[in-house]
Design a protein around this ligand. Structure first.
Ligand SMILES: Nc1ncnc2c1ncn2[C@@H]1O[C@H](COP(=O)(O)OP(=O)(O)OP(=O)(O)O)[C@@H](O)[C@H]1O
Ligand SMILES: [Mg+2]
Length: 314
């Protein structure tokens, strides 16, 4: 639940921020933030061919929180710590002197988020496409973990397939797990609007965010891309555990067995049994090869006629 302070206690976001960023349009609204396409007038002045960037502010309910500016700064500082081709590039953090609203500026992304991609491929992705996306996404997460940064909100809506490649974004629920960045303010997950169906069991039980909880979330996303559906019928880990849904979990047909062994381990409800990591998943997806003699290929390779059910299901 967002804080109860009334939204009209804070001024609306002005159309011109810090006398430099002119809001052009709303790009998206999440549980906590609103992201706009803005024109950077300074870039314009110097005839930069790309004067448009993205600007993220907290939405009106969250902006009323007493720690709002510090929380947005935390998202900025964590993202700045990362330097990876598949992680969004942050540019700057500001507090508009007139409205006192905090905002950060970011690389402008253009493309579908993975939740749109999943809707478009109801039966899941072919292995070569899945492998390409998984390697990009896992290398981004492995980089963040190696740098001591936890994402905290991995879900298809926080990954975009842009014309310049995949980008992982939205470190708004992120945390540092190593180094002096641990002193940054943290948003209590009780206040945050997060998505429970990607949350590891220990988070639902009020536990600390860890690398293992990010691993559970990314495994759910990868399973969903591979099969077209959430591994546990969109249930939370606690509901799925109660219904023993892990017992009936099936390997997505397009996935090599070696990759499935690693993904299966990453989907374990109990953190003590989740013997995987972003780096181990990355290695499995990188080395994974679809068996040449898989049923899917035999359908395509047969020169004439339709294969019999027996042949196709072997
Ligand atoms: N840099 C960007 N360029 C273009 N669109 C963006 C960018 N960043 C975010 N968006 C769009 O805005 C939406 C909300 O952004 P973001 O996920 O950062 O906000 P949030 O409030 O933290 O979301 P959540 O509901 O996941 O907590 C995204 O789903 C995406 O559609
Ligand atoms: Mg988001």
């Amino acid at each position: 639940m967002p804080p109860t302070t009334t939204a009209d206690a804070i001024p609306p976001l002005p159309e011109l921020l810090s006398n430099r960023y002119r809001v052009e349009r709303l790009l998206g609204v999440g549980g906590m933030g609103a992201v706009y396409q803005v024109r950077d007038l300074l870039r314009d002045q110097f005839h930069d061919p790309q004067p448009r960037i993205a600007l993220k502010a907290l939405n009106d309910n969250f902006a009323a929180h007493p720690d709002a500016n510090a929380l947005l700064y935390s998202e900025y500082a964590l993202t700045c710590r990362l330097n990876h081709p598949h992680i969004i590039r942050p540019y700057s953090y500001h507090i508009d002197p007139v409205s006192r609203r905090a905002f950060l500026t970011l690389e402008l992304l253009d493309g579908p988020t993975l939740d749109q991609v999943i809707v478009d491929r109801a039966d899941g992705m072919l292995w070569p496409q899945l492998q390409q996306i998984a390697i990009a996404l896992l290398s981004a997460l492995a980089h963040a973990h190696a740098a001591g940064v936890l994402h905290g909100d991995l879900k298809p809506g926080n990954v975009m397939l842009t014309t310049a490649g995949l980008r992982l974004f939205d470190f708004g629920l992120g945390q540092a797990c190593a180094g002096n960045l641990q002193r940054l303010p943290r948003l209590s997950r009780r206040l945050a609007a997060w998505t429970p169906r990607y949350a590891a069991l220990e988070l639902l039980d009020g536990g600390e965010l860890t690398q293992a909880s990010d691993v559970y979330a990314i495994a759910c996303v990868l399973y969903e891309l591979a099969s077209g559906h959430h591994p546990f019928s969109r249930l939370t880990a606690r509901q799925a555990l109660r219904m023993q849904q892990d017992k009936s979990l099936q390997k997505p047909g397009n996935m090599p067995s070696s990759v499935w062994r690693e993904l299966r381990a990453a989907l374990a409800f109990e953190p003590t049994q989740r013997n995987s990591s972003a780096a181990a998943l990355l290695q499995a997806f990188t080395e994974g090869k679809q068996s040449w003699w898989s049923p899917a290929r035999r359908w395509r390779l047969r020169p004439t006629g339709t294969p019999s059910v027996a042949e196709a299901s072997e």
